[in-house]
Design a protein around this ligand. Sequence first.
Ligand code: MN3
Length: 252
Amino acid sequence: MSSLSRLSRRHFFSAAAGFAAAASAPRAGFAQAPAAAPAATPAATGPFLVPPLPYPTNAFEPHIDARTMEIHHDKHHGAYVANLNTLAKTNPQLGTSAVPDILGNLNALNDDIKFAVRNNLGGHANHTMFWEIMGPNGGKPEGEVLAAIGDLGGLEKFQTDFNAAGGRQFGSGWVFVTVTKDGKLAIENRPNQDTPIMDGKRVLMGNDVWEHAYYLNYQNRRPDYLKAWWNTVSWSKIAERYAAAKAGTLGV
Ligand code: MN3
């Protein structure tokens, strides 16, 4: 080996060691998580992937802390995706069919994978929607979405009813707003990682009321989390999903 390549190797290893030390150094505090770093996404093994967050993990502080976002996205969503990739090794059709088609026809699956697909593909669909409908500077509901919310009694009542449904969910689950093809909304909750997609419906938006979504900051105070969460909602994304639902192109 030439001295030059030895030098580059040594340089590489010391740089790598420095990187590892920096990566394992304790954070000064969760609130100081780097602003420019979106959550790392687990290595792609496919066919399922955790979608990268389109905003930094601290985008929603103080309403949702960066550490919760990081663990929730990388570890919880990451685990559903890892489980799906394992399932897809022996059931390749899982990776080639549209997610709403599989979730809407769980009974067509073999009994040995039905439960795992329900939980993990439900979890993947729910979290993919969840990251998508949140965003910094989320604005306000406008136009057709605001009118549809008006049919449920107006924004304030809609948010109160949504929070109440999320609070009523016993144990882990979700509170969703479903949307029909003619644009009508309804608030519905589901246990575990179930989704209205399993009933052939489409989800406009939803909030995760599993304790992992809020426990670090809110502990048992789920109602406080439900109220604060509205500060993280991206109404422009929801308007896009509403339009897609009416066009029949809304996926998960
Ligand atoms: Mn979750």
